[in-house]
Ligand binder design. Structure first.
Ligand SMILES: NC(=O)c1ccc[n+]([C@@H]2O[C@H](COP(=O)([O-])OP(=O)(O)OC[C@H]3O[C@@H](n4cnc5c(N)ncnc54)[C@H](OP(=O)(O)O)[C@@H]3O)[C@@H](O)[C@H]2O)c1
Length: 333
């Protein structure tokens, strides 16, 4: 085993778009685990839109912000190197939340043992599936026959949410994304029936054309104009799940708001509900079982990009915020 490894630190807070110079890569000693600690050699880490938010000093996200000069954190999977005093053995596959480094020293209580046979590829444990399942089942309560609108459909969450909505019997699933090329892929490869495109004209107009009979359920990752369009075309009894806020998170510091006509909302008995995964962690094992089965029988796919090497982690997050990828963005370490 090597004596040193690399970690990615936050060099400065962004004042605009994410750039590579906001990160620095440091070479540091591989830590020595004490009793109750686990040393993990990380094999994959994930980046996600929330990390852009956590680069700010103060956020309304219920997670600790990154600290300037310290390594970032986020989901990772890897193999146990040593775990004195615990029942974990060297070579066990585990997940934890101290990614952005090649080796992590984690408290045993913060490490989840993973079944290496449940998913065909351990990278799948970094999918955003639990959030997608939560939004479809518990947020939007998607039912057979529904017309569903998934905003941010080409992201790690949205690219699975559309597939899950279809599995739950949705008759028509409409997505939103930022480019024609991604829209075509969502339709051809990931089961979307129609896609509206940010920047290609008013979203409400595009959504009315894609859903002439209105929408019954919304899985909202974006907010702003896209949420307003969904509210405008929502049918009586529609269920709207607020899962993310990409329009605010990725719009260089400005907060995007949505005006709501409450009279029109109550007149149509519309339910709007914010859902956060930390209230629904019981869905994680359920998702992993469903995902393993779906990947094997071909009813689910895992849209993702893979970059290679810890030095590519800053690029991975920058490119995610720039909309360069479809699905989850992972770094193989
Ligand atoms: N509620 C929860 O517990 C929970 C858990 C996990 C994640 N989340 C939230 O779920 C949302 C989706 O997460 P994710 O990791 O899958 O993110 P993501 O969709 O992969 O985020 C990156 C994508 O955002 C889109 N984007 C960029 N700028 C945008 C803008 N100004 N307006 C709208 N979209 C823009 C781009 O996609 P296009 O090019 O396709 O537009 C880009 O590829 C995020 O808001 C995240 O914080 C919530």
């Amino acid at each position: 085993m090597t004596n040193t490894h690399r970690e990615v630190r936050l060099a400065a807070r962004p004042t605009g778009p994410v750039t590579d110079d906001l990160f620095e890569i440091a070479e540091v000693p591989v830590p020595e685990p004490g009793p109750g600690q686990v040393l993990v050699r990380n094999t994959f880490m994930g980046v996600a839109a929330v990390m852009r938010t956590l680069m700010d000093e103060v956020t309304s996200v219920p997670m600790p912000s990154f600290v300037v000069g310290e390594a970032l954190h986020g989901p990772a999977v890897g193999e146990v190197v040593a775990a004195p005093g615990s029942d974990l053995k060297p070579g066990d596959l585990v997940a934890h939340r101290l990614g952005w480094r090649e080796y992590s020293l984690v408290d045993a209580a913060q490490v989840q043992r993973l079944d290496p046979d449940l998913l065909p590829d351990p990278a799948g444990y970094l999918s955003q599936g639990p959030t997608a399942l939560m939004g479809v089942d518990r947020g939007a309560e998607v039912r057979p026959g529904d017309t569903v609108f998934v905003t941010g459909a080409a992201g790690g969450v949205g690219s699975l949410a559309g597939q899950i909505a279809k599995l739950r019997g949705a008759a028509r699933v409409i997505g939103s994304t930022g480019s024609r090329q991604k829209a075509d892929r969502l339709i051809k490869e990931f089961g979307y029936d129609a896609v509206v495109i940010r920047g290609a004209g008013p979203i409400e107009e595009q959504l009315r054309a894609a859903a002439p009979e209105g929408i019954d359920a919304l899985f909202d990752n974006v907010g702003g104009e896209q949420l307003a369009a969904a509210l405008a075309v929502a049918n009586r009894g529609a269920r709207l799940a607020i899962v993310g806020a990409l329009a605010t998170q990725l719009s260089d510091g400005s907060r995007t708001t949505t005006e709501i006509d409450t009279l029109s909302l109550l007149a149509r008995s519309i339910t709007m509900r914010g859902v956060a995964l930390y209230d629904h962690l019981d869905l994680v094992p359920e998702w992993n079982r469903m995902f393993g089965q779906g990947l094997r029988d071909g009813t689910l796919t895992f849209p993702h990009s893979r970059l290679h090497g810890i030095e590519e982690a800053p690029r991975a997050l920058r490119e995610l915020t720039q909309g360069r990828h479809l699905g989850a963005v992972l770094v193989e370490l």
